[in-house]
Design a binder for this molecule. Structure first.
Ligand SMILES: Cc1cc2nc3c(=O)[nH]c(=O)nc-3n(C[C@H](O)[C@H](O)[C@H](O)COP(=O)(O)OP(=O)(O)OC[C@H]3O[C@@H](n4cnc5c(N)ncnc54)[C@H](O)[C@@H]3O)c2cc1C
Length: 386
């Protein structure tokens, strides 16, 4: 089979990058992905290796230690990681789209100069704290308070389910907080908190169904402190910053879905060619061949749509609706493809020594994180004017 992926937007550099990441995942990630998943283990070693490969700050300017590549290059990297292990793809996607991007897009020169060079190495992770116990889809329900006392913000509250917040490499977080001085109204602002100075506490969450080798944490603020100048962007503009950040983040979640679905199809195809029943390969049965073809059709459409959405972003055009559609559609086909792949494996797909079992679980987050499918339909509907 020709494993190359063609698309009018892919140039030689994109193809080279894909081959490089594919080789890396084969050598470094595939051999240990199952074990990390089994033990719910976040690997600092793999994270650092991904840093050496340039995957931290891939779209960030070189002056800050990044590679200044386009969004498509970034998504190809995420797609190729997810083809083997969604947890590693999630670490990279969360760090780049949610950790680095808001600092780069809304940060002052001083904030960028201070933080970005550390965050483009792979030695440090930065998190994005929007979700709270009472604020999931409803971002305006955020209760964490930040009050200005002299030269410092004092924070009290709690964030939950925060990727890259609680590992040994985690050094900070951008949080959405209520900065209003009036108890009867809210004012949302984004604040940068560095772990070593802010004095906040984190707790790693280990009992996940999905992304078990990625770090997910709870973050507690108990009179935690950030210098006044750590406000990101303007006071009162935090919700806009966080929601715009999620628009781009959705492209990377779609890329995780795409890679996961491609990896599942590859495994199912190989199994269907190898496994014989009734004297011939499973792939020779029309019902099985149809399943594989249907998967491929869905993948081709999802990939084309995602890559076209990247082009909109890279060319400064609106892409909110397209990012929502891309995530909605890709997470749906990732579910279908992982499910049909398990079907093709039969009983062999139901055991933990088969990677497809992990893929089947990992796809489940895609319809929940960074905007549930129900919320994405609201976003698309709004863009349609309904
Ligand atoms: C592994 C993992 C990593 C995560 N990483 C991060 C992170 O780094 N940073 C971060 O801030 N958050 C993170 N999250 C949180 C994630 O973004 C939220 O789980 C998600 O936004 C949904 O919120 P919720 O789980 O509270 O669900 P809820 O908002 O309680 O929704 C529950 C159900 O109700 C539906 N629903 C809610 N409101 C409506 C409505 N108006 N109309 C119709 N249906 C509705 C939802 O679609 C969903 O089906 C992570 C979550 C997980 C599991």
């Amino acid at each position: 089979m020709n494993n190359n992926i063609y698309h009018p937007l892919l140039n030689e550099k994109h193809q080279k990058l894909r081959s490089q990441i594919r080789e890396f995942t084969k050598q470094e990630i595939k051999p240990i992905a199952q074990k990390l998943d089994e033990h719910s283990e976040f690997s600092s070693e793999i994270t650092r290796k991904m840093g050496k490969l340039g995957l931290f700050g891939i779209t960030i300017p070189e002056e800050y230690g990044g590679q200044k590549l386009d969004t498509l290059s970034y998504l190809i990297a995420v797609e190729e990681l997810a083809r083997v292990d969604s947890s590693q793809a999630a670490t990279i996607a969360a760090h780049n789209s949610l950790g680095l991007a808001p600092i780069h897009n809304y940060g002052s020169k001083e904030q960028k100069e201070k933080l970005l060079p550390k965050l483009t190495t792979g030695d440090h992770l930065w998190a994005f704290g929007l979700t709270e116990p009472n604020a999931g889809s409803d971002a305006k329900a955020v209760e964490t308070k930040a009050q200005l006392h002299g030269d410092h913000w004092i924070l009290n509250g709690k964030k939950v389910f925060i990727t890259n917040s609680a590992s040994e490499l985690s050094i900070g977080i951008t949080v959405l907080v209520d900065t209003s001085d009036n108890p009867n109204e809210k004012e949302f602002s984004a604040i940068l908190l560095e772990k070593d100075v802010a004095n906040y506490h984190t707790e790693s969450i280990k009992n996940k169904m999905v992304w078990r080798a990625a770090d997910t944490g709870r973050v507690f603020f108990n009179n935690s402190k950030a210098p006044k100048e750590n406000l990101l962007g303007e006071r009162g503009k935090g919700l806009k910053i966080m929601l715009e950040t999620l628009d781009s983040g959705r492209l990377s979640i779609a890329a995780i879905g795409l890679g996961l679905a491609q990896g599942a199809l590859d495994m199912a195809r190989e199994h269907a060619l190898r496994r014989k029943q009734f004297g011939k390969s499973l792939s020779k049965f029309q019902a099985i061949a149809d399943k594989l073809v249907d998967m491929d059709v869905k993948l081709e459409l999802a990939r084309n749509y995602l890559y076209n959405s990247c082009w909109l972003k890279d060319n400064g055009l609106p892409f909110t609706k397209q990012a929502a559609i891309s995530k909605l559609y890709t997470s749906e086909i990732a579910k279908e493809i992982a499910d049909e792949s398990v079907q093709i494996f039969g009983a062999y797909g139901l055991f933990k020594d088969n990677d497809i079992e992990r893929f089947y679980r990992d796809q489940r987050i895609l319809r929940i994180g960074e905007g549930t499918s129900e919320i994405l339909k609201m976003v698309i509907g709004k863009e349609m004017g309904i």
